[in-house]
Design a protein around this ligand. Structure first.
Ligand code: DP6
Length: 337
């Protein structure tokens, strides 16, 4: 008899925790950075365990992320950015489903209080930093003493991209081959690039029409272009890793921008189309191309939404902030405040 999705998720957690006690201690607080994928995760080979079709590679966003406090409770209670989350909201259901994996008689519920250090509307996915901060906080509350690699496996079960948010800097998510996902986790590259900047260009703060989970499912299931995606990723990873090692922004930017366009092309070809771009997104893309023609080394990437994330170096910051009013400049390798 085949196991249900929930049973497979529980088994995957059991393989990580290996009988560690679930006796809650005092409330624990942890932080984790958001991350931006330079080579995207787009498509699952296993939707229960968030196992990806391909590797992906991201850069974490330093101070921009989530701070979470978790405490044992009789029943669940969630707070986000200072306000209570409606238990009927989809985010609350998703969180409760994740926490189901960690409940015990000694800890039937969890009080989770999260604050995003970048506004959710700023276009940086908060689920990645949210689940990464949560597993770190659970590790503190429940006294597991797990290393970052094991916490990465747990975070992946909340949201795939969260498995890359357990480290600062550049992180490659190895797709792995194990059926239980025990080898599908982040791995830090260990390269510092202090001058690298990520700019958030918010063209719309309206909620996106199609979440990434649904967008991926539909793309994998119906897009005639998806068959070409794994080889696009392989080529872009082969370009991005040496570009990072050499701190070669032009090579990194070109590969990351091309990868994002290819991802959106596969999604747009799904039936019905998964289209994340707004007219404002296209204007912004054209503006970046013009700025580049004018001699400013800047490239963009885009995730499952209409906003752009710019890649540039510190020296271009003033010119870009002048050209793009409201641009928010983040320092992936900046000093922690
Ligand atoms: C476009 O990690 O949010 O940002 O695993 O279903 O939670 P789930 O998806 P999620 O997808 C992120 C997609 C992306 C690309 C990326 O971050 O690699």
């Amino acid at each position: 008899m085949s196991l249900s999705g929930t049973d497979r998720r529980r088994a995957a957690v059991g393989a990580v925790l290996r009988g560690r006690a679930a006796r809650p201690g005092s409330p624990a607080t942890a932080t984790a950075p958001a991350n931006v994928a330079l080579v995207k995760y787009w498509g699952k080979r296993d939707a229960d365990l968030n196992l990806p079709v391909t590797d992906s590679l991201s850069v974490s966003l330093g101070d921009a992320g989530t701070r979470t406090t978790v405490a044992a409770a009789e029943r669940d209670g969630f707070r986000l950015n200072g306000g209570a989350v409606d238990p009927a909201a989809p985010e609350a259901a998703r969180l409760a489903r994740f926490l189901d994996l960690f409940r015990s008689p000694a800890c039937p519920g969890f009080a989770v209080d999260s604050v995003n250090t970048v506004p959710t509307a700023a276009g940086v996915a908060s689920s990645a930093s949210g689940f990464a901060a949560l597993v770190r906080a659970l590790d503190g509350l429940l006294g597991w003493g797990l290393d970052a690699a094991s916490l990465s496996v747990l975070a992946r079960l909340g949201s795939g991209s969260a498995c890359r948010s357990l480290w600062d800097g550049f992180v490659r998510w190895r797709a792995g081959v194990a059926a239980d996902g025990s080898d599908s986790r982040g791995e830090p590259l260990g390269v510092e690039w202090p001058d690298l900047r990520v700019g958030l260009w918010v063209v719309s703060d309206r909620p996106k029409a199609t979440g990434s989970r649904e967008g991926m499912l539909r793309t994998v299931g119906t897009s005639p272009l998806y068959a070409g995606w794994p080889s696009v990723v392989a080529g872009d990873l082969a370009a991005v890793e040496p570009a990072i090692a050499a701190r070669d922004l032009a090579a990194l930017g070109a590969a990351a921008e091309g990868n994002a366009m290819a991802m959106h092309a596969t999604a747009a070809a799904a039936r019905p189309a998964v289209l994340y771009w707004l007219p404002e997104s296209l204007h912004a893309m054209a503006r970046i191309a013009r700025l580049r023609d004018d001699g400013i080394p800047v490239w963009f990437t885009m995730d499952a939404g209409p906003n752009l994330k710019l890649l540039f170096e510190a020296a271009s910051g003033p010119a870009l902030c002048a050209a793009v009013p409201g641009l928010r400049e983040l320092r992936p390798f900046g000093p922690r405040v």
